[in-house]
Design a protein around this ligand. Structure first.
Ligand code: FES
Ligand SMILES: [Fe+2]
Length: 420
């Protein structure tokens, strides 16, 4: 982050603290329809138009460090195998043999010279080409070259492996846009995978994710955990294209002037030297559309992934990726006893999920009125509708497109209001 960008963020923090209403020109946000959390039809649209067309964080290179290493990945509902090829590329394929559909790998992870289907022994290279079949003479004139494994887009940001089921999707870098540059200081290409744990929750996946997409809840839900670290009135939200967002919140002021410390002690033992002032002194978190929310600090990259498992069930995946800590166990930012339970902060965030889902399914729930502080949630929903297609959503489930490009980075009408 340049000194000018840091100054702008600091100015915006003061602007947020001093305003007595939403910024001039910021639209009033219409209610989010209740059915977006409960309707099977809307869930099907999300699956088809969002999860099959967005870049999804699937794996970390440390899980498949050498050529030949593979992992099975089924979290997005399709059978996928991710493979480290001989030339260093990481490939993703449907885990579906071109013969009669058996999986080409059955173990969760492993290392192979080739991917050999156990049913009739067809074998594929690490690039997915069909290399050998048994008794080829019985297939007559048979062209192996048209029977490769069906590939899936797979691109990396550093050691972070993303997949996209849409062959027409823009590149991962285009998808991330300016965020890819902002992330350079965090060394996604160097940090090691330290912990990855999953927990199933009984609520719509957006209920769980949205608790991590605003700071309005912090004083109530986290009075002793997050509130001492974060001044929610000075939080600065930034909206990016493609539905992404960022929050940067400084710590509360001690004695009315000096900022308190903002970093949570998680027993990390190493630092990412290149991390700049904002991430070191504030709570900074990115929402990457559709299902990634990550705190990024000088000690840890901590993506939380929210995966739909049906309209009223989801899985939260808690990742800790950290600079090289040497030998032994690395830090675990999100869980207690290496995955035994969620940490206190996430227990607080998820505390009401089951009850909220029940409420949302009742006639008592009409919709969600969002405040300016919760604008990132609205921005996410607007982009969701654009991906689904504004003409494809039943009107009672659609959100109005009220936040226009003026509010999407690098545009920001607040800046003009600061200099007034
Ligand atoms: S199904 Fe894979 S070899 Fe027959
Ligand atoms: Fe929270």
């Amino acid at each position: 982050m340049t000194p000018q960008e840091i100054k702008t963020l600091r100015d915006l923090m003061e602007y947020e603290a001093q305003r007595t209403a939403p910024p001039e020109g910021f639209p009033r946000l219409p209610d989010i329809p209740a059915g977006r959390y409960t309707d099977e039809g809307f869930y099907a649209l999300e699956q088809a138009e969002i999860f099959k067309k967005s870049w999804l964080f699937a794996a970390h290179l440390d899980e498949l460090p050498e050529p030949g290493c593979f992992i099975k990945w089924e979290q997005a509902g399709e059978p996928v195998v991710i493979v480290h090829a001989e030339n260093g590329d990481v490939n993703a394929f449907y885990n579906v043999c071109s013969h009669r559909g058996a999986p080409v790998v059955t173990d969760e992870k492993g290392r192979r010279l080739r991917l050999t289907c156990q049913y009739h022994g067809w074998s594929y290279s690490l690039n997915g080409e069909l290399q050998a079949i048994k008794d080829p003479e019985d297939f007559g004139d048979f062209d192996l070259s048209c029977r490769s494994l069906s590939s899936i887009r797979c691109e990396r940001f550093g050691k972070f492996i993303f997949v996209n089921f849409d062959p027409e999707a823009v590149s991962l870098l285009d998808w991330l846009g300016p965020i890819a540059d902002e992330w350079q200081e965090f060394q996604f290409d160097q940090c090691r995978l330290s912990a990855r744990h999953s927990f199933d929750l009984d609520c719509n996946w957006k209920v769980a994710m949205e608790a991590n997409t605003e700071v309005y809840h912090v004083p109530n839900i986290h009075p002793t955990t997050v509130a001492p670290l974060l001044d929610h009135r000075r939080n600065v939200n930034t909206l990016y294209r493609n539905g992404h967002g960022r929050m940067v919140a400084p710590p509360p002021r001690l004695n009315g002037s000096e900022d308190a410390a903002s970093t949570r002690d998680v027993g990390a033992r190493a630092e990412i030297a290149t991390v700049g002032e904002i991430a070191r002194t504030c709570i900074q978190s990115y929402g990457i559309f559709p299902n990634w929310v990550s705190q990024l600090t000088e000690f840890v990259l901590g993506p939380l992934l929210f995966w739909p498992n049906g309209v009223n069930k989801c899985r939260i995946e808690c990742w800790t990726i950290a600079p090289d800590w040497g030998d032994g166990e690395g830090p675990d930012y999100w869980t207690v006893n290496r995955g035994e339970s969620l940490c206190k902060i996430l227990l607080e965030d998820t505390e009401f999920g089951t009850e909220i889902q029940k409420s949302m399914e009742s006639p008592g729930f009409k919709g969600v009125p969002l405040s300016y502080q919760e604008a990132r949630i609205y921005h996410w929903n607007q982009h969701a509708d654009r991906m689904i297609g504004l003409d494809s959503i039943p009107s009672e489930l659609a959100v109005e497109q009220v936040i226009n490009e003026d509010w999407v980075y690098p545009n920001d009408p607040r800046l003009a209001q600061i200099t007034k």
